[in-house]
Design a protein around this ligand. Structure first.
Ligand code: SAT
Ligand code: MN
Length: 628
């Protein structure tokens, strides 16, 4: 075998390796890289070591090129403006490829457009990829990034290698994952790794003008997942979710498939701990669709005295039931935060602001004349009259023209998690942290109470399956539509969603599993004047406190047709002026039509793949709602 490998490898010899030692890499990595080099025809190969020196050199290169510029107000922070056509994930161009269609996507009903994953056959995708990848790195450097999702060497972690022609991706991957030459040692005996290929899709000389020094190829963008050979191929976009392949592509879509095969969970969830005034600490995981405030919740500043919050992760959780103790243990596979910038300020999320004052990259935000970042939400912290350059390059003075927007609504900060002032001391614990409660939530302007506790595991899985939320700027959708987003995983699931729901249900079958309680929250309910009924942000601790009391089985809940609701007076509302009855009410008409709509949607989308247990839960909810 090795001889065959060496024959292929020799072809790499034509392309100079400008950093690192190719021959010292594990043989199976060399083989794969040789194929990638042959396919993409770069002018050079660069093997990243993830070091600070490397980051400094690459940053300078990008500053000279004009893709980054320093934000001089802070230490080692940079701003980047993308081509305005490349600003978010593109779900319509994100595919899962398997031989068998229905291992990837459900048996949707005739005529229904499946929105729970897009499948393409290996034959069809080959044709697409053949018009994209051959020669795609001509004139560019192919970078090799060895990374770990999760602490290097943890039994819960997984390894990937990303090839990319984007220096921005190299710098961001270094923040978001653990990039280190140690990875090669963990692959020394032919161990599995996820193969991640990324190209901005602009070989040189470029066929079209490059906008903002941000090469990309929106017409041909395509993000393709091969769950069986554990491979991702992404073309044409430099934006985070499309290009930092360790994140959604690997840690959710590919890892989700691995997790199903191996009996664990890869979820779009934050992980945090709450310590109450008695000093008891509990860890929770919470799933919300993109841009619904996961980062804010993960590091919230409690508004009621005596509580401490610590952050373990803000976006992705890998969780498995411990064989010995039955506890659900979770790790954050990431090493950084890639958070939505607009709306973040010293009131809504001081910890996020404090995390990103050094070593951070800001994408598609505004810049103040004195070298600071600026975005919508920082008005009170930035003097009126300050000159701002918007993400599109327009200069204006703050406060003078209220129609001007400094930032793209999906503008992002990318910062190292270890810099977070309230990062948990165990955030890198290789054994993970024990989860006591799982929360699901979305933006629901109407009808949905502040918090609901599921009756039991099955009911909780049903609550998660019927998750809906108002659309956000994190994807390509426009307008404020309420979209189904079961488990907050609609864009991120890597296999048949019916099987995914069944996988969740199956955890109940092992009597040794200590199943966490499941909750549904809604911070976004509006009154008749379109004003939020709940203050949100730091005041969400009041709801978390109630949730923890329910975890401790305190008698603070009442039965309702849709789940357990907090008893009046059981949530601490000291100092708030809220309309409790409106906040907790469950308008029967709304819920009666909502459950019909949910059943219709789930049935259309999943057809016979919708687990029977969910159909039964829906029927039970209908029965409860129709009781007088
Ligand atoms: O997809 S990203 O990871 O870039 C952001 C998100 O949608 O959560
Ligand atoms: Mn996310």
């Amino acid at each position: 075998f090795s001889e065959v490998h060496y024959l292929t490898i020799e072809k790499v010899g034509n392309v100079p390796v400008t950093k690192g030692n190719f021959q010292s890499l594990p043989a199976h990595v060399q083989t794969w890289l040789a194929q990638m080099i042959q396919l993409c025809t770069p002018k050079a190969v660069y093997i990243s070591d993830g070091s600070q020196e490397e980051a400094t050199i690459v940053t300078k290169k990008l500053v000279d090129y004009g893709q980054l510029s320093p934000l001089t107000k802070y230490e080692n922070c940079h701003i980047c403006r993308t081509d305005p056509r490349d600003v978010a994930r593109v779900e319509s161009k994100t595919f899962i490829v398997t031989n068998d269609k229905h291992s990837s996507v459900p048996h949707s009903r005739e005529g229904a457009k499946c929105v729970l994953g897009l499948w393409m056959s290996p034959q069809d995708i080959s044709k697409e990829l053949d018009t994209r990848f051959p020669g795609c790195m001509t004139g560019r450097t192919l970078m090799v990034i060895p990374f770990s999702m999760g602490p290097v060497g943890s039994p819960l972690s997984k390894i990937g290698v990303q090839v990319t022609d984007s220096y921005y991706v190299l710098l961001s991957m270094r923040v978001m994952t653990r990039v280190s030459p140690d990875i090669w040692r963990h692959l020394a005996h032919g161990e599995e790794f996820v193969r991640c290929l990324h190209s901005v899709g602009v070989p040189l000389p470029a066929a079209q003008p490059i906008v903002n020094n941000w090469p990309c190829n929106p017409e041909k963008t395509m993000i393709v997942h091969f769950p069986d050979p554990r491979k991702v191929m992404s073309f044409g976009s430099g934006y985070g979710g499309n290009s930092l392949l360790g994140k959604k592509c690997f840690a959710l879509r590919i890892a989700g498939r691995i997790a199903k095969d191996e009996g664990w969970l890869a979820e779009h969830m934050l992980i945090m701990s709450i310590t109450n005034p008695k000093g008891e600490e509990k860890f929770i995981a919470a799933a919300f669709p993109s841009a619904c405030g996961k980062t804010n919740l993960a590091m919230l500043t409690p508004t009621i005295p005596g509580y401490t919050v610590r952050c373990v992760g803000d976006d992705i959780a890998w969780m498995r039931f411990d064989k010995k103790t039955g506890e659900l243990r979770a790790i954050n596979p990431e090493a950084g935060f890639f958070g939505v910038a607009p709306g973040t300020n010293m009131k809504t999320n001081p910890n996020a602001i404090l995390t990103c004052l050094k070593n951070s990259i800001f994408t598609n935000v505004g810049e103040t004349a004195d070298g600071g970042f600026y975005w919508e939400g920082l008005e009170e912290e930035t003097p009126a009259g300050t000159e701002v350059t918007s993400w599109t390059g327009e200069k204006y003075k703050l406060g003078e023209d209220k129609t001007k927007k400094s930032s793209h609504p999906n503008a992002r900060f990318c910062c190292p998690a270890r810099q977070c002032p309230i990062i948990h001391s165990r955030w890198e614990d290789p054994a993970g942290v024990p989860i006591s409660a799982i929360i699901f939530g979305g933006r629901r302007p109407e009808g949905v109470p502040l918090v609901i506790e599921a009756f039991d595991w099955k009911h909780g899985v049903f609550l998660a399956s019927q998750l809906k939320s108002e659309s956000t700027a994190a994807a390509e959708f426009t307008g404020k539509q309420i979209m189904h987003d079961p488990f907050a995983m609609r864009p991120f699931v890597g296999y048949n969603f019916g099987h995914y729901i069944q996988h969740w249900l199956d955890f109940e079958k092992d009597p040794d599993n200590k199943l966490p309680k499941i909750f549904h929250v809604n911070w976004f309910r509006l009154d008749e004047n379109n004003k939020f009924l709940w203050p949100g942000y730091g005041d969400n601790i009041r709801v978390l406190d109630w949730i923890i009391r329910r975890v401790n089985n305190e008698d603070v809940a009442d039965v309702s047709p849709v789940g357990l609701l907090p008893k009046k007076g059981s949530i601490n509302l000291d100092g708030l002026n809220v309309d409790w009855d409106k906040l907790i009410s469950i308008p029967k008409d709304y819920w009666a039509s909502d459950i019909d709509e949910t059943l219709k949607w789930l049935d259309e989308q999943l057809g016979d793949d919708l687990p029977q247990d969910i159909r039964k839960e829906i029927q039970k909810q209908k029965d409860r709602l129709s009781q007088p």
